[in-house]
Write a protein that binds this ligand. Sequence first.
Ligand SMILES: [Cu+2]
Length: 177
Amino acid sequence: MVVRLMVVRVVVPAVFLAVGLPLVVGATEPSAPTSPGPASASLTGGVSAGAVSVDGVWARASATPGGTGAAGAFLTIHNTGAADRLIAAHAPVSEVVELHTHVHDGGVMRMRPVPAIDIAPGTDTVLKPGGLHVMFIGLKAPLREGERFPLDLTFERAGPLRVEGVVRGPGALGEKP
Ligand SMILES: [Cu+2]
């Protein structure tokens, strides 16, 4: 038991560092966690499979209190290895989960499903509002700000990876639905 505790204490600061950068980059949010404990930090990021790691996972809260419908989920994929592809996503909170991109269509931005998201070697791939994202369609319950949700990602090369995200406010990052 002593050994397990020591391992945890050593790993936590590294997780914190990995999570801290994306939080700072996107930091126009007034609602930054007041004191994210080690547990919450490890839940929202720093999860890895092979050369691929994922952090900064979040989804936008349902705009209406009783609303279910659809919601976008966003995350950052770090790849220190060879080219990979995100080929599937599943989440218990949603009936259907798709991978989406945004395309310009006659001056209007529209979402379009894609079969996979290419993960270039040695780069970060950012899924964010207005760009590539994970789409929840048919939410089983409204997403409430502050709640956490599991998200299962499948990479062609790195394999399956379960991450956990946090729900941010309906207007997070200012993207209009
Ligand atoms: Cu979408």
